[in-house]
Design a protein around this ligand. Structure first.
Ligand SMILES: [Zn+2]
Ligand SMILES: [Zn+2]
Length: 233
């Protein structure tokens, strides 16, 4: 049976219609779906299947990638279930710039599934006061809260971002390190194993700088959990 749109005057039925068909639609193809991304669209997303265990960059068979062979990070392991490409890029941008969190739980699912060791605490990448004020939210914090609830793992938020940094991707490795130096301050001893949560892992420079600070304050193992990994070309 095909149900047509109710008359505008029928308020209650209209509400039911909205709940059933309008509000619950796939964010990508817009067909009615109980999931924020329908099964068909979900299967077409770019998954990061074989990835470097250290930095989550795609590698042929899941071995250590070329970046990690020549460069040491302050963190120990990283997870990113998606590649920062195509529709994933659009969905992450919608979260980051429009504050549209509808797809967030669905995008988080494969990340949560890949977590094998629960850390002592979850850390999010803090945003500088000016940026937080401008956007009104911090997508890393929202992501961390979602994961924290699922895992029953506390959030460690004794970190401040004291320096605002521009988009780092177009800068050289040396410039990125210079721009980030002193960006974070941590005001407490850090538990032994922490996981840093962020939306995307691009060059790893930001989470690396934060890892450096956390290590100085006592962290022994640092994991990075992100939704998507940008591929170095
Ligand atoms: Zn769809
Ligand atoms: Zn790597």
């Amino acid at each position: 049976m095909i149900i047509g749109a109710p008359q505008e005057s029928n308020f209650a039925l209209n509400k039911v219609y909205q709940w059933l068909f309008v509000e619950q639609a796939c964010q990508l193809c817009h067909i009615p779906s109980k999931e924020s991304i329908c099964t068909h669209c979900y299967e077409t997303l770019d998954f990061n299947i074989y990835a470097c265990p250290h930095c989550a960059h795609p590698s042929e068979m899941g071995e250590l990638c070329k970046i990690c062979v020549s460069q040491a990070f302050y963190f120990d392991d990283a997870l990113a279930p998606f590649l920062y490409e195509g529709e994933v890029k659009n969905l992450v941008k919608q979260i980051k710039y429009s504050g549209d969190f509808y797809a967030l739980p669905t995008l988080c699912e494969p990340l949560i599934q890949r977590i094998t060791v629960k850390p002592d605490a979850i850390v999010y990448v803090p945003s500088h006061e000016s940026r937080h004020h401008q956007r009104g939210f911090n997508q890393s914090q929202i992501l961390a809260q979602h994961i924290s609830k699922h895992l029953h793992t506390p959030i460690f938020d004794w970190i401040n971002r004291v320096k605002s940094t521009p988009t780092l991707a177009q800068h050289s490795k040396k410039q990125r390190a210079k721009l980030l130096k002193g960006a974070f301050q941590c005001h407490s001893q850090v538990p032994e194993h922490v996981a840093i949560v962020d939306d995307i892992l691009t060059t790893g420079a930001t989470v690396n700088e934060l890892s450096k600070v956390l290590r100085k304050k006592g962290a022994k193992r640092i994991s990075i959990w992100t939704l998507a990994r940008a591929v170095a070309h």
